[in-house]
Design a protein around this ligand. Sequence first.
Ligand code: NAP
Length: 330
Amino acid sequence: MYLAAQKRYDDMQYRYVGSSGLKVSSIALGFWHNFGDVDALSNQRDIVHTAFDNGITYFDLANNYGPPAGSAETNFGRILHEDFTAYRDEMVIASKAGYYMWPGPYGEWGSKKNIIASCNQSLKRLGLDYVDIFYHHRPDPNTPLEETAQALDLLVRQGKALYIGISNYSAEQTAAIAKIFKQLGTPFVIHQARYNMLDRWVEDGLLDTLKDLGKGMVAFSPLAQGRLTDRYLHGIPKDSRASRSSSPFLDKDKVEPTIKIATRLNELAQSRNQSLAEMALAWDLKNEVVASVIVGASRSSQLEDNLKSLVKMDFSTDELAEIDKILNHE
Ligand SMILES: NC(=O)c1ccc[n+]([C@@H]2O[C@H](COP(=O)([O-])OP(=O)(O)OC[C@H]3O[C@@H](n4cnc5c(N)ncnc54)[C@H](OP(=O)(O)O)[C@@H]3O)[C@@H](O)[C@H]2O)c1
């Protein structure tokens, strides 16, 4: 029987999500990769135990995570029910709808038909009555924002979600849907966006918009899928995400152009007595709007390394300038 570590809350930081009353662990665990039916359940369980034992309270899922799609929710649901029933109220569990999930006109995007059905399916796979955060996974250019917002609002009124989030919305789209949520009285609190040293698009308006609105952001792929770690400094390992055919979003062509930058960043991280992964996470978390970084991990040792980022979070002005120089290839 799993018994959580007694000291699990000692070293983690918890941050409020915007001006809401919800706190999340500043490091969160993501289930996009490594939790499908193609992955060993024993390793999944080990990663989830390591996360919870070290104070991670935020677990980030989506309908389509796997492969096959849906299996990450099923596997996490199984681990939850076998090991975590006593700890459910210590966990923030999130899921999402919006990307392709089932055939026909209702299996993706942002209609009320898709969002309600998808959330019901997710709850069934997870074996839960409610999720803590439900996200619209991507903006839908063909559905009125009002309809998407009303569907998400309904999930809260039905008790199927406590808080609402959006993901991959631009600053303008965020401001527009926030206005509708405000009229509806929806607890929209969070935006999930890609943010790492190699992809800084959120600095171009979104972070300011969220700050003005009193909303929080969680950063996904904070390690650029592994490119901001020591994973690829000496080539592409066979067991890495870039080599796995079940991970089509990272390959040799995306890794190779970043190795030089990663090597220089790694040297800077070493001068700070950190690994590159630790420095990359601390760099994301220096912005007060960022409530949490959602990391992925293929083994629990990676997670343990990432947790060490909390030991040294501050950067000198010179270090930040040096990082910018490296990122600008200077
Ligand atoms: N909302 C969205 O549209 C969206 C999109 C993408 C992701 N997300 C969320 O964000 C989560 C994280 O995304 P991500 O998996 O791309 O995050 P990431 O943290 O940038 O990358 C994780 C990968 O980096 C490698 N890694 C992690 N820690 C390491 C360490 N200490 N040393 C060496 N390598 C390390 C591992 O790769 P190997 O597998 O090679 O070991 C791991 O699978 C997802 O699970 C999901 O919940 C959301």
